[in-house]
Design a protein around this ligand. Sequence first.
Ligand code: SF4
Ligand code: SF4
Length: 99
Amino acid sequence: MFFPILRRKKLHGILLDQPEEGNERCKTCGGVCCNSFAAIELTWEEYERLQSLGAHRLQLSLYGPHRLEIDYGCEFLAQGRCSIYEQRPDVCRRFTCRD
Ligand code: SF4
Ligand code: SF4
């Protein structure tokens, strides 16, 4: 199971078993969770997908999960919305905040 790595401020949330589509709060919050963690963990397939989309802040790991650094804001966040929404990683699909 993948977890975002919390660094900047406390944002309480959980990873759902299944993606939650159509969360009304997410449409207006401006992507707080995309600014609140140091990194998100990626599968190899996700790593390759984000690389093909031009990601600059990828971390390849030989032993652990690969990562996309999102410290101080994910590079794919544009005007408060995810610019790769249809291709975002699984952890982004399953995270929901509780604040
Ligand atoms: S999960 Fe919470 S913080 Fe993230 S976009 Fe939705 S409402 Fe905003
Ligand atoms: S990929 Fe999209 S949903 Fe995931 S952290 Fe970046 S902007 Fe947010």
